[in-house]
Design a protein around this ligand. Sequence first.
Ligand code: HEC
Length: 300
Amino acid sequence: MSLANIAYSPVLTWANPLLTNLEFQSLIPLFGEHPVEMGMVGREEEILAMLGNDRLYPQMFAAAFGNSTPPISPQNSGNSVANLLRNPVSPAAASVITISNLTKALAAFQRSLISFDSPYDRYRYRGETNAISAAAKRGEILFNSENLECFHCHSGLNFTDSIQHDRLAFQEIAFHNTGLYNLDDQGAYPPNNPGLYEITENPADMGKFKVPSLRNIALTAPYMHDGSVATLEEAIEHYGAGGRTITTGKYAGVGRDNPLKSSFINGFSLSPQEKQDLLAFLNSLTDETFLTNPAFSDPH
Ligand code: HEC
């Protein structure tokens, strides 16, 4: 899942309502054992030593987190970059390289990944009437229509109904089943990926996932929580059919008949022109400013 605008997400990853904090989340890929992702468990000292021996990170950590130990004398208490350059990093400064500060640094970086400069943003929010094509404008109308229903779930500034920001009285968190699978005519999803059910064990939560943002969606194939949809055309066909049909193999089943799917997934038919229009709209969500922002590149 893309990290663009992750700061606005009150809940992280695809289907875990308990995972609400980026600092904590980063521990899972680093140290998680079910499944093993980066496999760093037991190698904490090694990670910290690697960062401590890096050309840039010791200064950057000291600048961000200050010298925590030993107590600092008043004239030396500033932690500006200029001050650090005057006072090269001491062993004490290296002590700010901790797993806790590492997770804070990762989280702060991720919160800076802000994407609001797509042609669609310029058209919709900044009055640039010609920033997107006529086809994309027609596609926007389709996206927001009661026939296609996309906007009910991919709603608001981040095209998702799980959202947090200062102008909301409370966080909005939602999970939906889109009829991607139906293994047993009771709505079963593949056992290794049952969605919200994995956490809640409530049978009604089978196949429910967080609505992913559609920002920069043209660039992030393959799609869905398991990457099982190869293209945007295929994603539109899945919704058009009111749920995906898989004809052979162990995941065969008619998603359209999934009894647990959302009432907004009813199917629709589009002319070839309308399909192109919807694709043009989805393509207008690509933010080149975000994609090429040097602030997001490796500092080395
Ligand atoms: C009932 C809520 C709902 C509706 C309506 C809906 N979506 Fe989705 N959408 C989701 C959820 C939930 C997922 C993730 C599903 C999964 O992975 O199992 C998703 C995934 C997607 C993805 C893949 C995103 C990615 O990063 O992998 C695309 C593209 C998409 N939707 C487009 C659309 C379009 C276009 C429409 C309208 C035709 C639409 N959606 C209608 C809830 C919805």
